[in-house]
Design a binder for this molecule. Structure first.
Ligand SMILES: [Zn+2]
Length: 206
């Protein structure tokens, strides 16, 4: 019988993405062996994360609130092309794209498993469509078609399904929609794609 205190930690960990019950147990027993101060640091860093990180109301990515900033640094940056939106499944997909240095637009995080009627994910798509409509309204008619949405879903079955779903919603709006995942090998997750592959996928998206 696993002691209650350990089982409680296992249950919490098993709810995290990508962690099954066996891995959760491994981590819990590993935590037990660590020095007390290390575990305390981990716990306090997790609390700090929740306190300091706010969700950007425009792109839905997390950001650290500084100098009364209301949005993330990318949305606040006037040099970023606001008429180009790269849609990603996970927030962790933004970093590898940023590291390529070739993408100058903005982002939108829709969340994973959107094909499952999941409230939060649906809300993120609603916000994306509202954001597109808002930008379109500010553009003169002849420039509206220059607006671009890049669907940077993972090249997985779920990513493909989500990209198709989004494409169906966005294409009728009369703006360009490109799929980035086609440049990736089948099954590839953006987060783990090597930089050159990502650069090629970004540059060849047209
Ligand atoms: Zn933002």
């Amino acid at each position: 019988m696993t002691p209650k205190a350990i089982q409680a930690v296992i249950n919490h960990l098993a709810e995290l993405p990508g962690i099954g019950p066996r891995q959760a147990a491994r981590i819990a027993f590993h935590l037990l062996k660590l020095p007390k101060h290390t575990v305390e640091r981990l716990a306090s860093d997790i609390i700090t994360l929740k306190e300091k990180i706010k969700v950007c109301p425009i792109c839905l990515a997390g950001f650290e609130e500084e100098h009364d900033s209301k949005t993330c640094a990318i949305c606040a940056d006037t040099k970023r092309v606001k008429t180009t939106i790269c849609v990603v499944e996970r927030e962790s997909d933004i970093d590898p794209i940023e590291k390529t240095g070739v993408y100058k637009g903005t982002y939108h995080v829709v969340g994973e498993n959107v094909d499952v009627p999941e409230k939060e994910a649906q809300q993120s798509i609603k916000q994306l469509l509202e954001r597109i409509a808002y930008i379109q309204k500010q553009l003169p008619k002849e420039k509206q078609k220059n607006m671009e949405v890049v669907l940077a879903m993972n090249a997985t079955v779920e990513g493909d399904a989500l990209a198709l779903y989004l494409e169906k919603l966005i294409r009728p709006l009369g703006i360009s929609v490109h799929r980035l995942g086609r440049g990736l090998a089948s099954g590839a997750e953006l987060e783990y794609a090597d930089q050159q592959t990502l650069i090629n996928a970004l540059e060849n998206r047209k």
